[in-house]
Ligand binder design. Structure first.
Ligand SMILES: Nc1ncnc2c1ncn2[C@@H]1O[C@H](COP(=O)(O)OP(=O)(O)O)[C@@H](O)[C@H]1O
Ligand SMILES: O=C(O)[C@@H](O)C(=O)COP(=O)(O)O
Length: 425
């Protein structure tokens, strides 16, 4: 296999978002969970997205895992590696975007790295280095209340500056609109002034094309699916990849029972859960009881067992920002998050044991815990349910043929769960 593009994603929903975007742009893409074992049979592909669960772990571990993935990708021919981060730049001042970027760029010998979380299709735009979510700056968006990494600063030059050892500059929109050469000149200028990374503005889809062409000239870039789209377009335009579409997705129905798990506390997910109440039984878990011990998850399994034979069910730990803060005040942010993620993984395992083969998971960290527990080594990308959320077909899973949808908390319309079930047959 000679890869045209290597990608390292810092969470599993982000990885499936990117794999979906690359597939749609014409690259044959597979998503792996961690660095693949040597015996995992992967199809012939243009791009591999290695999914890590490294967004919220200690920075030195995130660096070590990302470097291992980078070595694996480059050994398979990838000359350019994209470090896929969240389009809302989810991170804390302790990392992990800066430390991983520093390590990968240092290993590759890149003097300066392009960085942008912009993805206009999902309403993430960057102007003068400031990230907007829809019409509001990041710090006024629902991300200010994220349970693990509340975002309080929209200025990404500052945010990345607090995480990286490199000096962070800006390539502004006025440069981007003049195309890849202008971007290249500006990067050279910044590198000459000792800048080691630059946030690059992108407001419109066409900006991504110019950014992708410029980024492909270096060995490392950092960003969300928008820059991935730009890189894919540049590869197709250069004849290095051909527009294949969904060549390797099998669409034979999987059948089996269907279930949904929600651990995201985003506003979008809370709204989607409320809508789901009109089409399926929904169980709202008691998060405090979930953290206290196994009884609450066992109660949920009994509840699900009584209903799942008749149709899909949804089990949610999701709560409002006030409820989340109250629980965190009692148990600590990380401990509460981790305990709930593990309880959701227990539930996923229980649901697979009773015959669920179509599983929808809302929340990035939640999806990571679930997919790890189910020991699924990789996914093929299927039809798109919503922007950034494809149907995934598991490859090499112990439970056999399975369909999953891993939804970023923020993604999808109000009817997301119905939309997903409609496409996962
Ligand atoms: N009721 C709750 N109280 C506190 N934390 C919660 C609650 N429900 C879920 N969580 C935690 O919130 C975090 C949500 O993150 P994640 O799954 O990545 O969602 P998103 O995709 O919205 O970022 C997880 O660590 C999850 O375990
Ligand atoms: O880039 C994005 O917004 C997503 O691909 C992503 O990374 C989502 O992360 P979660 O919201 O934690 O699922």
């Amino acid at each position: 296999m000679s890869l045209k593009l290597g990608c390292i994603a810092d969470d599993y929903t982000g990885a499936s978002d990117l794999a979906n975007t690359l597939t749609r742009a014409g690259l044959r893409t597979v998503q792996t969970i961690g660095v693949p074992a040597s015996d995992l049979a992967l199809p012939e592909v243009d791009a591999v997205v290695v999914s890590l669960k490294s967004r919220s772990i200690e920075a030195s571990q995130a660096v070590a895992r990302s470097r291992e993935a980078d070595r694996w990708l480059r050994a398979r021919g990838a000359e350019h590696v994209l470090f896929k981060i969240c389009s809302t730049f989810d991170s804390t001042d302790a990392g992990n975007i800066g430390p991983v970027m520093d390590a990968l760029a240092g290993d590759a010998g890149d003097p300066i790295v392009l960085v942008t979380p912009a993805f206009p299709e999902t309403k993430r735009t960057v102007y003068q280095g400031n990230l907007f979510v829809g019409a509001v700056p990041l710090n006024e968006s629902p991300l200010k209340d994220h349970p693990l990494n509340p975002m309080h600063d929209a200025n990404l030059v500052r945010v990345l500056g607090r995480q990286s050892r490199r000096r962070i500059g800006l390539v502004d929109l006025a440069t981007v609109v003049h195309g890849p050469e202008a971007i290249g000149h500006r990067l050279q200028e910044l590198a000459g002034q000792d800048f080691g990374a630059a946030i690059i503005d992108a407001v419109f889809d066409a900006d991504l094309t110019a950014i992708g062409a410029a980024a492909l000239k270096s060995k490392v870039s950092v960003g969300a699916s928008g820059i991935g789209l730009g890189l894919a377009r540049a590869l197709v335009a250069a004849g290095q990849a051909h527009s294949h579409g969904l060549t390797h997705h099998e669409d034979a129905p999987v059948g089996g029972m269907a279930a949904c798990l929600a651990g995201s506390c985003s506003q979008a997910t809370l709204q989607q859960i409320a809508q789901a109440e009109t089409i399926m039984p929904v169980l709202h878990l008691d998060a405090a009881a979930l953290v206290a011990g196994p009884d609450e998850a066992q109660r949920a399994m009994v509840w699900a067992g009584e209903r799942i034979g008749r149709g899909p069910v949804l089990i949610a730990s999701s709560a409002t920002p006030d409820q989340v803060s109250a629980l965190q005040a009692r148990h600590g942010r990380e401990a509460a998050g981790h305990a709930i993620e593990q309880a959701m993984a227990d539930l996923a395992e229980g649901l697979i044991e009773v015959g669920v083969r179509r599983l929808i998971v809302a929340g990035g960290e939640t999806s990571g815990a679930v997919v790890d527990r189910l020991r699924i080594p990789g996914f093929l990308v299927g039809p798109e349910i919503a922007a950034g959320v494809p149907v995934l077909r598991a490859i090499g899973a112990e439970a056999g043929d399975m369909l999953l949808a891993l939804k970023s908390g923020n993604f999808g319309g109000p009817q997301f769960f119905a939309d997903a079930l409609g496409l996962m047959r």
